[in-house]
Design a protein around this ligand. Structure first.
Ligand SMILES: [Zn+2]
Ligand SMILES: [Zn+2]
Length: 240
């Protein structure tokens, strides 16, 4: 197939996944668009991945105050980019606009963010599920599409049918922060606990907002016997 590539590039040159400008490599952004993505890089909280601002060199910035106060259940939490306007446009197109062609670009970004998790070891990848009702409307679960790509790149098994959503819930963004945890309480179930027992799970979703959904799933996976759970999202909303 590779010998066809130069020919295909003339007929169908690779284009920027955001603006459509012709670029050198497939599944990439042009320089202008790349500048608009805010990649999360060190320094960030080693536990929850929250980027640190106004860093005070003299202080120990390994763990953020939130994580020191209340140790999170997840082993590690990482995200590739900040959920700014640019990321939002791309993710909404991916989620609702059938732009599943963005999956390869997104997975490449997520792979970088997964470095710490991969170093500590991962046995299985699990996507955050949609309710059946929402899956029917959207036709695909964007988290599962990302999880499949990351599984391919890391050659890790994926178990997409194990964690399931057993009831429909209100969309989290429409709720106040304190109502979110309540909204999704007991909304998920692990169907085959024996498949995650003693395993190090990497839980994947598209966006981390308050983390309520991820936390609920982390708790449930641990309760069902997972050895550890890391979370990986494409983007995260910066807390104010
Ligand atoms: Zn572009
Ligand atoms: Zn933290």
């Amino acid at each position: 197939m590779n010998f066809l590539k130069p020919l295909l590039d003339i007929v169908l040159p690779p284009r920027c996944k955001s603006c459509g400008k012709i670029v050198d490599t497939d599944h990439s952004l042009c320089e202008m668009c790349f500048q608009k993505a805010e990649f999360i890089s060190a320094p960030y909280c080693l536990q929850c991945g929250m980027p640190f601002e106004n860093i005070d060199e003299s202080a120990n910035h390994l763990i953020c105050p939130n994580c020191l106060k209340k140790k999170p259940k997840a082993r590690l939490q990482r995200s590739a980019v900040l959920y700014n306007d640019f990321a939002q446009d791309l993710i909404l197109a991916f989620k609702f606009g059938d732009r599943t062609d963005l999956k390869t670009l997104f997975a490449k970004w997520m792979l970088l963010a997964a470095r710490d998790s991969l170093k500590q070891g991962i046995d299985v990848i699990i996507p955050v599920p949609l309710s059946y009702r929402r899956l029917v409307v959207r036709r695909y679960n964007q988290a599962a599409v990302l999880a499949k790509e990351v599984a391919k790149l890391t050659q890790t098994p994926i178990d997409a049918m194990n964690l399931i959503k057993i009831r429909h819930t209100k969309p989290q963004p429409r709720l106040q922060k304190n109502a979110r945890a309540k909204n999704i309480k007991n909304a998920y179930r692990v169907k085959y606990p024996e498949r995650i027992r003693g395993k190090r799970v990497l839980l994947i979703d598209d966006v981390m907002t308050t983390g309520a959904t991820l936390n609920e799933c982390v708790k449930l996976l641990l309760k069902n016997g997972a050895l550890s759970v890391d979370t990986l999202t494409l983007a995260r909303v910066k807390k104010d």
